[in-house]
Write a protein that binds this ligand. Structure first.
Ligand SMILES: Cc1cc2nc3c(=O)[nH]c(=O)nc-3n(C[C@H](O)[C@H](O)[C@H](O)COP(=O)(O)O)c2cc1C
Length: 118
């Protein structure tokens, strides 16, 4: 999706999607409602979004995961903006572009949250 007007509309589909308005493009990751194992769809899509983020980074691009599913109101808004066919569901928006700044990586590691079992 590269249409500037649609990107601005997508930016309104969640309170945390504002960065989409200024991005040159965005992916909207969707899953098929009637896939082989629908229970696993969010897990499969999470892995694919993560892979997309890693590849964007590898290419020197900036991208961010904007959560849409499982919140029905966000999913319906995204469907409306980009006319997603009935058989698909919107999962996440991933705006992508050349980063205006590189922030230092944050370290969220908390040793006490890792449990080792011998
Ligand atoms: C499931 C999921 C949903 C997210 N939704 C949003 C979002 O709506 N808006 C946003 O700006 N970032 C969103 N993010 C990105 C995170 O806020 C954050 O940028 C990312 O996890 C990296 O955090 P870090 O830089 O602190 O390590 C989401 C991340 C995940 C995993």
């Amino acid at each position: 999706m590269t249409n500037a007007d649609k990107l601005k509309e997508l930016a309104q589909t969640s309170p945390y999607a504002g960065c989409t308005a200024n991005a040159p493009m965005a992916f909207v990751a969707c899953y098929r409602k009637e896939c082989r194992m629908p229970e696993y769809a969010p897990i499969d899509l999470s892995a694919s979004v993560e892979n997309l983020l890693l590849e964007a980074d590898e290419l020197g691009l900036g991208a961010v995961w904007l959560g849409i599913a499982p919140l029905r109101d966000r999913m319906d808004k995204v469907r409306e903006v980009i006319s997603i066919p009935e058989e698909l569901e919107a999962f996440a928006i991933i705006p992508c572009g050349y980063p205006v700044q590189i922030k230092n990586q944050q370290n969220h590691y908390e040793k006490e949250r890792v449990h080792f079992v011998e």
